[in-house]
Design a protein. Sequence first.
Length: 122
Amino acid sequence: MPYTYTIHEEEDFLNVIVTGSTESAVETARFATQLGTEAQKRARTHILLDETGFEPLLDQFDIYNFSEKLSVQFPALGLKIAVLHREERRKFYTCAETFLRNRSINYRVFQDRTEALKWLRA
């Protein structure tokens, strides 16, 4: 099943809920670009990305390629992104966090919504 997402504007951040799956680093980078565009249109820099219903079927090489594609434009957007994920996907999301943060993208992963919002609002 391809991924879908919905965006809800909260007072101080965008709440983005992602469901479905993807097997493509290109598709994932396209989604991230769309997300960046939406944040700019709505004049928001803080994003809570709820991926608890999402299944990224990517390996480490795909994550690396995805992070490289984003490293060109994303740091300049000044986004702060907190991602919620399921425990069984921790290894994937920790790897993604490392690659993205090493490319100056302000991205952190969480399993607890309260902790994610605390970091996002700090």
